[in-house]
Design a protein around this ligand. Sequence first.
Ligand code: BG6
Length: 486
Amino acid sequence: MNPTMHSHPATLLVIVGATGDLARRMLFPALYGLERDGMLPAELKILGAARSALDREAFRAEVEAMLSAQAAPGEAARERLLARLEYQTVDLSAAPSLAAFAARVKALRRGVVLYHLSTAPKWYGPFCAALAAAGGIDPGVRLMLEKPLGHDLASAREINDAVESAFCEDQVFRVDHYLGKEGVQNLLALRFGNALFEPLWNARHIAQVQITVHETVGVEGRAEYYDASGALRDMVQNHLLQLLCLTAMEPPSEFEATAVRNEKIKVLRALRPLGAAELADEAVFGQYTAGAIDGAAVPGYGDELGRPSRTETYAALRVRIDNWRWSKVPFYLRTGKRLAQRVTEIYLQFHAVPHLIFAGARAQPNAMLIRLQPEERISLLLMSKTPGLDRDGLKLSEVKLDLDLHNAFADVRRRGAYERLYLDALEGNGTLFVRRDEVEAAWSFIDRLLAARQALGEEPKPYSAGSWGPGDAAALPTRLGHRWRE
Ligand code: BG6
């Protein structure tokens, strides 16, 4: 293979785990979206691989079923996508099966190939070793890996070592699907496409930052996986810390993989570790009990799991970034399942005015709200004069300068995260993927927290499904005179 191949678009996408839940909910719908818009390379073939013994027709029928909500039978884009599909049964634990799989890829390959492993991460290492043994790795091979990348620093290192013994870092694309979201990229556009905010984006002007990822869903039939993970591993280690990086990082010199990831890793390395001494004041963990979501009764976590558990389905943390830009600014992170409302947002509160000239008036500090989900919205919360003749003094009220991005771009289709991520990986652009050092720095922060939690041995605080989380979480910011944005 020509060594310059690494810059060419892939002509073969191999999805390992092609009949799984992620493939059904996200991957094939994303590929269909790209197909419909004519964005897939004309010559691209897609080889689905999984343990099930299917032939090509049976696999195509499975993918048709995955697309049933999006595309009617006979619809042109659907037919084009189905025509790209091939299938190969593979048992990742059996050397002969892996060898047959490697031979099939070799037969189908015409140029660059992208492997997307949507399997349990324990297979990542053996898969790379088998591919290397079959002589299937060269500069024209890319590898896209799903989370979770390990369950702690040691296991993440083990996976990364195994991957690194077969691939160079620029051939590896570690997915954090939050980075593929339109709203998340818009955070970068807001920060680095405007001159207005950057001068204010630091400790001199910002008093506190809140990053919220609230979900209404429960563990969705993944109770066993989730119980071994919990909110810290499942959400904080990846999505919340990535949002923190994008919010707090220095401006990269260009929107390019090395430049962006070099800035993100600096944030992760500047994160002050949270250990046992800090935990009582700076972290709250919860677990949902039975309650109601949108008026429908839902069971508690223990009932869904079928046994009592100490796994946290909610985590709220106060973290610090020890650098000049963010010195002494608390960053509050919170995430949980079965909460009242689905919302992902970043809230930055500015310092209060240094001296209020309006006697008797009350001024709230200015704030900026960046809502990423379910709708994209940017609001600036400002003080305005309350209309009136002010005989007993001028009054102030908070008003919103509101930018509704759904309306602003009403005629533009919103892309699912995997549409963007697939195109970028097919083209070899790693900007929106996570580098090895980021994954490991994030794990080292989480490992310490987990160990501290274990040492303290506290039960997670119960909260009713459909509430805003455990009562103790409400108190977390009040220790520094702050309040969660509700
Ligand atoms: C996944 C977690 O990474 O992200 C899930 O494993 C979580 O537990 C999901 O529900 C949230 O993603 P989104 O795109 O729905 O916000």
